[in-house]
Design a binder for this molecule. Structure first.
Ligand code: ADP
Ligand code: MG
Length: 312
């Protein structure tokens, strides 16, 4: 029986620059097509760290080149651009891979906005550095003109920091649903989604970045997926990671996951959000489960042969 699966792609699925991404998406598409070929419904989300960084830097350079002519590009717009550009590459690579296998299936990218709470405590304590380094003068100017929050980064210069609030809901969820139900492969919530806060019917772009693993967890719940697969650079999560007593984790219970989280086994900003997202999805409804594994092992993972699995 085919499952409904949300696949969250990590940085290694997309590479660090334009030519790398062109190559990486081919391999990524093979892993995804393997699951589609087995009859699963697939919804794809992905990270955007290097891509949004590149776009942000380019937009900043434009302002630097002629500050009278150009104004800084809001971060929400940079995220939207990254969704479009990554979706473009993924759509084409997947289309080609599916056609090579004789599968006629449309692939569509949905520019996805994700609602965050303007009162989220993360806004009071922005921690995520983004964009290129600035001089003291540029930094002062951005604070005065744009209200940016800036940190001095270990003597290397000044950098903007933004909040990483928790995703609450997906604005375009009914569009995603309609496309999935029509049999299309959907790419959604790229880069964790374009962060917005609600003001009545108005959606306001927020100066924030949403963790893609948490956004994928919300997406998986909202499309009523059976399984959330987080594909990354390791085959399994581990306890005592990188130490001599390291132990890879296969099937773990929610209780074990909670215990390992509290013991600090997973690094914040990398494995921790994955295990937290996997745990939250697995517990969100009976029968749901999460899998964390290597991109190349997606098929084996869904067959129960590898990866770290959390069942609710
Ligand atoms: P992605 O781009 O897929 O989100 P990240 O680099 O953010 O990838 O997170 C995956 C990385 O987390 C792994 O490559 C690994 O180096 C690191 N990591 C940190 N703690 C652990 C752990 N306990 N078990 C496995 N990997 C871990
Ligand atoms: Mg990550």
């Amino acid at each position: 029986m085919g499952k409904r699966i949300v696949i969250a792609l990590g940085g290694n699925a997309l590479g660090n620059n334009l030519p790398e991404q062109m190559i990486a998406v081919k391999k990524t598409s093979k892993a995804i097509a393997d699951l589609i070929e087995e009859g699963h419904e697939v919804i794809i989300s992905h990270g955007n760290g290097p891509q949004v960084g590149m776009i942000q830097t380019a937009m900043t350079e434009l302002v630097r080149s002629d500050p009278e002519k150009y104004i800084p590009c809001p971060l929400s717009v940079c995220v939207a651009m990254s969704q479009g550009y990554i979706g473009y590459d993924l759509q084409n690579a997947l289309r080609e891979e599916l056609l090579d296998r004789g599968i006629e299936k449309g692939v569509a990218t949905v520019l996805t906005q994700v609602v965050v709470d303007s009162e989220d405590p993360a806004f009071k304590n922005p921690t995520k550095p983004i964009g290129s380094f600035m001089t003291k003068e540029e930094a002062d100017r951005m604070v005065a003109e744009r209200g940016y929050q800036i940190i001095e980064d270990a003597g290397r210069g000044y950098r903007r920091v933004v909040a990483s609030p928790k995703p609450q809901s997906i604005v375009e969820i009914s569009t995603v649903h309609a496309l999935v139900n029509a049999g299309l492969v959907v790419v959604a919530c790229g880069g964790g989604g374009i962060p917005v806060t609600t003001q009545g019917h108005h959606l306001k772009g927020a100066a924030a970045v949403i963790d893609k693993d948490f956004a994928s967890c919300v997406l998986a719940q909202q499309v009523d997926a059976d399984c959330l697969i987080i594909l990354t650079a390791v085959e399994k999560a581990a306890i005592h990671f990188g130490k001599p007593e390291q132990q890879w984790l296969s099937d773990i219970t929610p209780e074990q996951a909670r215990q390992y989280i509290s013991e600090g086994h997973f690094a914040p900003g990398s494995m921790l959000p994955k295990v937290q997202a996997a745990l939250q999805f697995a517990e969100s409804k009976p029968g749901r489960y999460s899998l964390i594994t290597l991109l190349e092992k997606a098929k084996d993972g869904i067959a129960g042969k590898t990866g770290t699995v959390i069942r609710g």
